[in-house]
Design a protein around this ligand. Structure first.
Ligand SMILES: Nc1nc2c(c(=O)[nH]1)N[C@H]1C(S)=C(S)[C@@H](COP(=O)(O)O)O[C@H]1N2
Ligand SMILES: [Mo]
Length: 216
């Protein structure tokens, strides 16, 4: 051979650009650096469970979602929630404890859609989500306006299991997973920011995995 093997060089260069992570089966598979946030590890087996350890056992029939604060008070039950326009989407999810999962297929109601069915006051700037295990987490309305933010009830085509927050949880895949309350119970609109469970315990108020906003 008198010329360098361009194909080989291209392939190697491609791998360097994308980065390599451990994979299932026989070989490694390339994981795009554009996809796995810094400091995260890809979990290819089961979706890990992470919470305060209390796992409320709730049925869809018992589901109640209360809208309060700077909005018209309103309560959804399973039927009225399920009657809202539904979507199915596939996103990744990143936990601050460094695990990430890819291609989580969830179903539910997009936040943007949900807003069309409630009446939020003009002065609302933030939202506090509360859950049946006493957990809370806060988000600015501007972050909730990002794509893929949803209130979900199914994962992988099946109802969300108890440990993953069924019957209904929040899904905020562009931020660390603690921003997505499992066992969703209440949505309180706020006119100024207030910190949630982990946010008062040293975790970042914003939580962008791409900027590694883990701690405050
Ligand atoms: N109600 C409630 N929601 C919660 C939590 C919790 O303790 N209680 N933990 C958060 C954290 S830290 C993570 S990483 C994700 C984990 O969701 P999973 O257990 O379905 O993987 O749930 C988030 N939502
Ligand atoms: Mo987490």
């Amino acid at each position: 051979m008198t010329e360098p093997d361009e194909k080989f060089i291209k392939a190697k260069q491609n791998i360097a650009e994308k980065g390599i992570a451990e994979g299932k089966g026989t070989g490694m598979f390339p994981v795009s650096r554009d996809r796995l946030p810094p400091g995260q590890k890809l979990v290819t087996a089961n979706w890990p469970v992470l919470d305060l350890g209390l796992r409320p056992d709730l049925k869809r029939e018992d589901f109640k979602l209360e809208i309060s604060g700077a909005a018209e008070a309103q309560t959804f039950d399973w039927d009225s929630f399920n009657a809202l326009p539904q979507i199915k989407q596939t996103t990744d999810l990143h936990c601050v404890t460094t695990w990430s999962i890819y291609d989580a297929e969830v179903e539910g109601v997009l936040w943007a859609e949900f807003l069309r069915h409630i009446k939020v006051h003009e002065d609302a700037t933030h939202v506090m989500f509360s859950a049946h295990d006493g957990y809370t987490t806060n988000l600015p309305m501007s972050e909730l306006a990002m794509p893929n933010v949803a209130i979900v009830h199914s994962f992988g085509g099946k109802p969300l299991t108890r440990e993953h927050g069924g019957p209904v949880r929040m899904w905020v895949p562009h931020l660390y997973a603690w921003k997505g309350a499992k066992w969703l119970k209440g949505i309180e609109f706020l006119t100024e920011d207030r910190k949630g469970f982990w946010e008062v315990r040293g975790y970042h108020n914003h939580g962008d995995p791409w900027k590694e906003e883990r701690y405050s």
